[in-house]
Design a protein around this ligand. Structure first.
Ligand SMILES: C[S@@+](CC[C@H](N)C(=O)[O-])C[C@H]1O[C@@H](n2cnc3c(N)ncnc32)[C@H](O)[C@@H]1O
Length: 204
């Protein structure tokens, strides 16, 4: 663990220990596109998925209720979130690690067929490294799915600037959709370019 990662974990734990009790209620008003991302994941067959940065386990719980025969795992940097998600998702396996250097294949004992980043990459310090690592560790023929803040380019400028400044207080930096397009992702953008959905495939 680098000194930057140690400091990031201290920040995440302090922030999420305070935010955790109201996390799910409040996030539904601004983490848009998550249900669309889960629907998109469930349109195709797969039997194993690892979420990076599962937070309270909200997405894993929905996926497991809709595809109970699959194996689920997660990689999470914050102890505050791990404590909550492990209780909520006792059927999942967890790894306490950072997205940039996690061992995705070890979570379930084999490379997962899907890896999900839901509003996580925008908080990750070295996002290119985190995404490339997931792409290298997803099973051959598997997919990495991303839903996160996009460039907010379709919102009125003062609103977009205010939102960026507010997100920065919590170390959240929206993603550049051009970056994902450059990596060959299949992409779609939410209204106002508020969020981006991306799917990256590892050749089989
Ligand atoms: C905004 S929350 C999203 C939680 C959940 N995925 C959702 O959609 O509700 C971001 C999550 O990513 C985790 N996280 C932030 N940086 C991380 C990193 N470098 N590696 C792994 N997890 C990280 C946070 O602790 C938190 O659980």
């Amino acid at each position: 663990m680098t000194p930057e990662q140690a400091e990031h974990r201290v920040f995440l734990d302090r922030y999420y220990r305070a935010a955790r009790p109201l996390y799910d209620v409040t996030r539904k008003y601004y983490l848009f596109g998550r249900d669309r991302a889960l629907d998109a994941l469930l349109t195709r067959p797969w039997a194993s998925l690892v979420e990076v940065g599962p937070g309270t386990g909200r997405n894993l719980e929905i996926l497991q209720s809709r595809r109970p025969w699959a194996s689920y795992g997660a990689i999470e940097a914050a102890d505050a979130m791990l404590e909550r998600a492990t209780v909520r998702c006792p059927w999942a396996r967890f790894q306490r690690a950072f997205a940039e250097d996690a061992d995705h294949g070890a979570v379930l004992g084999r490379p997962p067929q899907r890896i999900l980043f839901s509003y996580c990459l925008s908080m990750v310090q070295r996002r290119e490294e985190a995404l490339q690592r997931a792409l290298a560790q997803v099973a051959p023929g598997g997919e990495v799915h991303v839903v996160d803040f996009a460039d907010l380019g379709g919102l009125p400028r003062p609103l977009a600037a205010g939102l960026r400044a507010w997100l920065a207080l919590y170390r959240v930096t929206p993603l550049d959709p051009g970056w994902l397009a450059g990596l060959g992702a299949d992409m779609s953008l939410g209204p106002g370019r508020y969020y981006v959905l991306a799917r990256l495939r590892r050749p089989g």
